[in-house]
Write a protein that binds this ligand. Sequence first.
Ligand SMILES: *[C@@H]1O[C@H](CO)[C@@H](O)[C@H](O)[C@H]1NC(C)=O
Ligand SMILES: *[C@@H]1O[C@H](CO)[C@@H](O)[C@H](O)[C@H]1NC(C)=O
Length: 363
Amino acid sequence: MSSLRHAMPVVLVLVHAVLALALQGPAAGSGEVPAVIVFGDSTADTGNNNFIQTVARGNYAPYGRDYAGGVATGRFSNGRLPADFVSEALGLPPSVPAYLDPAHTIHHLASGVSFASAGSGLDNITAQIPSAMTLSEQIDHFRQYTERLRRAKGEAAARRIIAGALYIFSIGASDFLQNYLVFPVRGYSFTPAEYEAYLVGAAEAAVRAVHGLGARAVTFAGLPPLGCLPLERAVNLRIPGDCNSAYNMAAVSFNRRLEGMIGRLGRELPGARVAYVDQYGLLSAMIARPWEYGFENSAQGCCGSGTGYVETGALWSLKSALACDDAGKYVFFDAVHPSERAYRMIAGAILNATSHSRLHRFH
Ligand SMILES: *[C@@H]1O[C@H](CO)[C@@H](O)[C@H](O)[C@H]1NC(C)=O
Ligand SMILES: *[C@@H]1O[C@H](CO)[C@@H](O)[C@H](O)[C@H]1NC(C)=O
């Protein structure tokens, strides 16, 4: 709780910054964002995997222990995810509902929805390993959503929501960690450069598909520093406890290509405002200088001792007994996923990316 109160001014500052930027540009009149629409993996799944047969679930303690009511919603963190904070900062609900949760009607989902599925990737094979929903399936659900929205709200209102929404993509880390670098399902058929090109091609196809269905403002997050995730430090055989620099280099190389593709699509797709989010830069700064961001530990997850596979929820069990007292002091909550406080800062980077892309477009 104290960490929540502590972090509150950050969001308020962001809201002010976003409003100030919005008011400067001619975008101000059309100003309001009616919905936040999310695709991705465990960094964006707000509970969809609770409703499918999969081993990738975060609906048990200590996940959710700092969420409202202490509920484990399926979010792989101690609290909310970046998309939730973005939604709140835009004046929308403080959490983005999961599409598959039957508790939500199309009227609830009209102001925001997550199609994300923990364990998913840009590569269809990645989702098959934990039986998560592929990105193609997520986009099929989005198509179905646009139809439901038209039936419920009428053509004009539905079009306003779909064209005015902010779209968030947060996906790709599992392609490398679950599938290519660690357990090389794809390692034998692709060189690293080929796999990178294949994944960026899949990312491009996904952005084109949602643009084709009416999306305009899209943010796409780059990979985090994969080699500095607590899990990868713990299994680093060359220098135990240190970041795996080969994994970081793979992420940097992928991100460069992704950013290039995003810039090109932004110029090419009619009416699109597509922005790359530099998650790598922000997280590596937090990891290198945690104290500047109010963290005390950036090498281990709040849960577990930092010694291996037991510390992430996806395929391994996570022991409540080993959780730290204050997750707000940790960059990571488990061995792979950021803490709520780190996620709140990532939300800031997403909001910044959207305001910058707006400024670039109109000035
Ligand atoms: C994933 O599968 C879908 C459906 O079969 C297909 O349309 C899509 O192109 C595939 N994606 C990739 C990246 O191969
Ligand atoms: C967002 O932009 C504001 C204003 O330029 C800056 O102070 C802040 O550090 C940025 N936040 C992130 C996470 O990039």
